[in-house]
Design a protein around this ligand. Structure first.
Ligand code: CU
Ligand code: CU
Length: 354
């Protein structure tokens, strides 16, 4: 079988492995028994390039979900907690009166259980994927004390307006921050909106796919209009077998997490989602909300929405604010409307109650 064909099969069938003995299979080329969703079993050729990681999947419901939970405690983060985990930093006031927010960022190599029984050797900021959600107000001074605790050089490149030497790319200012080295990025937060940060060391795709990215929210000076709930959703994927294709898609890293852990909201509540797409290797991602429409603010840089819709598309690093409220109670799906991604993990539920 041609290599390309083999890897295509590997990707397509990655999540299709049934529930029996699925996790922790040994590496090397092998013919495996696959317990099919139909109750039978089929043979499945494992890619010989990387050890197989198979995910126990429940296909008995209307949509497939992962069986079991990852060890959030061991991972050091929980996708549900990341929704509302805004980091305002250590706040002081500069002599000029300007608000100063300081953050400690450490690049850490860490094994993360990205799906039940599936370890991923990640590179992280502060031990989590995505990294901390930096939240500040337009005009604040931001200081990020960055230490590289890994064995590879890294940077932090922020989206936003800042001096050249703070751009976090090789060659600019300190350039790559080598293992064991430290650098403080400092700039004023502008413009208001929804931004992101990520490592910009080359090869860039690898440094992002390994997990070095996060959300950067700059609130307008006068704030956003009031909302009852605010959530951060980072659309990402995991290239579990390092073939430069994702096997897993998700928001906040763990596939199907919000199927097993629906997000509770109330009928009539105004919900604001800070939606960021950092997905590597695939050109686009998308967000679709069921039984509802939302207002969409691309990049969050205007208080006037550009669209009232139920589906939007984002290329890598595109992001936007999604606002809606539910008229009816029920369990409503949200997912990538790149349906392949939806079936490989990028699917969740809002649990809407009276
Ligand atoms: Cu890096
Ligand atoms: Cu970028």
């Amino acid at each position: 079988m041609a290599e390309s064909e083999q890897s295509r099969i590997s990707r397509r069938d990655f999540l299709k492995v049934g529930t029996a003995g699925a996790a922790g299979l040994a590496g090397g080329a092998a013919i495996l028994q696959r317990a099919g969703a139909e109750g039978g079993s089929v043979e499945w050729l494992q890619s010989d390039r990387q050890p197989l990681c198979a995910i126990p999947l429940d296909r008995t419901g209307p949509v497939p979900t992962v069986m079991g939970e990852v060890d959030h405690e061991k991972n050091g983060f929980d996708p549900s907690e990341i929704l509302t985990d805004f980091d305002y930093g250590k706040v002081t006031t500069l002599p000029s009166g300007q608000t100063l927010r300081e953050y400690e960022f450490v690049a850490i190599e860490k094994e993360i259980e990205v799906a039940p029984g599936v370890p991923f050797p990640a590179w992280t900021y502060n031990g989590r994927i995505p990294g901390p959600t930096i939240r500040c107000t337009e005009g604040d001074r931001i200081r990020i004390h960055f230490s590289n605790g890994t064995t590879h050089p890294h940077t932090i490149h922020f989206h936003g307006i800042h001096p050249y030497e703070m751009d976090g790319v090789p060659g600019a200012g300190p350039g790559d921050i080598d293992p064991g080295q430290r650098f403080t990025y400092e700039f004023d937060a502008e413009p208001f909106g929804l931004h992101l940060y990520h490592c910009h060391t080359f090869p860039l795709a690898k440094h992002i796919a390994k997990g070095l990215y996060g959300t950067f929210i700059v609130d307008p000076k006068r704030g956003w209009p009031a909302a009852d709930q605010e959530f951060v959703m980072v659309q990402n994927g995991i290239d579990v077998d390092f073939d430069e294709e994702n096997e897993i898609y998700a928001v906040n890293t763990v596939p199907f997490h919000f199927m097993g852990n629906p997000i509770p909201i109330k009928v009539g509540e105004k919900v604001r989602i800070f939606l960021v797409n950092i997905l590597e290797f695939d050109p686009i991602n998308s967000f679709h909300l069921h039984a509802n429409f939302f207002h969409y603010y691309p990049t969050g840089t205007s208080l006037t929405p550009t669209e009232f819709t139920d589906t939007i598309m984002q290329a890598q690093a595109q992001r936007g604010i999604v606002e809606f409220s539910y008229k009816f109670p029920g369990q409503f799906m949200f997912h990538a409307h790149k349906t392949e991604f939806a079936e490989l993990g990028w699917t969740g539920l809002f649990d809407v109650t009276e």
